[in-house]
Design a protein around this ligand. Structure first.
Ligand code: NCD
Length: 345
């Protein structure tokens, strides 16, 4: 019996609580997040096989449309789709008809006319995936990051990784924790929150699961109005670190103008960079996440990035299983998790 068939007894049909699209963490709520984490745990087991591939989405076509740079998110979605045996089409925007002035709507309609089942979209405009979701007829839309708005799968990866580390520390299987391990967890998000879609999705996800979220960064890089966000603000990073269970570091989003909000990179690093001295203030079991790409020497010192409590590489590894789960849940395969076959290692 595989770990997949041992998955806990929750719903196994993909059409429960997730979908039709994934634009925001708010589309999932606590129960949807829990379901993604549960299914991702099953796919993490597939990932550990010597041939980590299952036929679950055979015959489905996933298109990745990235109108902004990406390394890990794109590769992660494409790897996830391939491990589920879906066909993957990757639009190279820089050499596509977008450069000839084709509109986003026409591009999406062209892609959908080829019988695509899912569109994974990254766009510099906040709201682009929501707009595309209104245009498509039958394809599912997955937000892979839109402007400053959201990056829901990154927040899911971060929750999955945090639970995995907590489970290891407790000597139990992650699935056995459900999402109860997030209740009262103290999450500190550090840096350029103002321009960060990762921060917005993380706040929604961690709060939905019952964690307490605090922000810390230069006042000019925090959102000007936090009404309704349900977060607190910590003025001093050195004071705040000691009480954190999870520290989420963010990159300065220079491409969104964050450079004009800080006097200099050196001052930013002096005030809000995670140095070895600051690292020593953290509780020994605290977890440091970073969505990548890291800019060593700015938001994190290079030697600190190598410490075991900095779980960046794990986040990347987990990204595949989490995106496999999201694709599986949204594409509505009739195959229950228990039915997953595949070549066993
Ligand atoms: C993030 C993004 O693009 O929003 N990276 C990622 O997807 N892993 C964060 C960033 O670029 O700083």
């Amino acid at each position: 019996m595989s770990a997949i068939s041992e998955a806990d007894a929750g719903p196994t049909h993909p059409d429960q609580g997730v979908g039709p699209h994934l634009i925001s963490i708010a589309d999932l709520g606590a129960s949807g997040i829990a379901e993604v984490l549960r299914v991702a745990e099953a796919f993490a087991e597939v990932e550990r096989r010597s041939i980590p591939k299952v036929p679950t989405l055979r015959g489905k076509v996933v298109a990745t449309l990235f109108f902004e740079e990406s390394t890990r998110t794109r590769l992660s979605f494409e790897t996830a789709a391939k491990r589920l045996s879906a066909d993957v089409l990757s639009l190279a925007v820089a050499s596509s008809s977008v450069q000839k002035g084709e509109s986003l709507r026409d591009t999406v309609e062209t892609v959908e006319a080829m019988g695509i089942d899912a569109i994974v979209l990254r766009h510099r405009a906040s709201g682009a995936p929501a707009q595309v979701a209104r245009w498509v007829r039958r394809a599912r839309v997955l937000n892979a990051g839109d402007g400053w708005h959201e990056h829901p799968t990154q927040a899911l990866v971060d929750c999955f990784t945090v639970r995995q580390v907590l489970a290891e520390a407790a000597g139990v299987a992650p699935a056995s924790l459900g999402v109860s391990c997030f209740a009262g967890l103290k999450v500190l998000i550090v840096g350029d929150v103002r321009h960060s879609r990762v921060a917005r999705s993380e706040i929604l996800a961690y709060r939905a699961l019952g964690a307490e979220v605090a922000l810390c960064g230069p006042p000019s890089l925090l959102p000007s109005d936090l009404t309704g966000w349900g977060v607190s603000v910590e003025a001093d990073l050195d004071d705040a670190l000691g009480g954190a269970d999870v520290v989420s570091l963010l990159r300065l989003q220079a491409e969104r103008g964050s450079g004009t909000h800080v006097p200099s990179l050196r001052e930013y690093t002096a005030g809000w960079g995670l140095s070895a001295v600051r690292m020593a203030r953290l509780a020994p079991q605290a977890i440091v996440t970073h969505p990548g790409p890291m800019v060593r020497g700015v938001e994190i010192a290079s030697d600190v990035a190598e410490l075991p409590s900095v779980v960046v590489t794990r986040q990347v590894t987990n990204g595949v299983a989490v995106r496999m789960a999201v694709l599986f849940l949204l594409l509505g395969s009739e195959v229950a998790l228990e039915g997953l076959g595949g070549d066993r290692g």
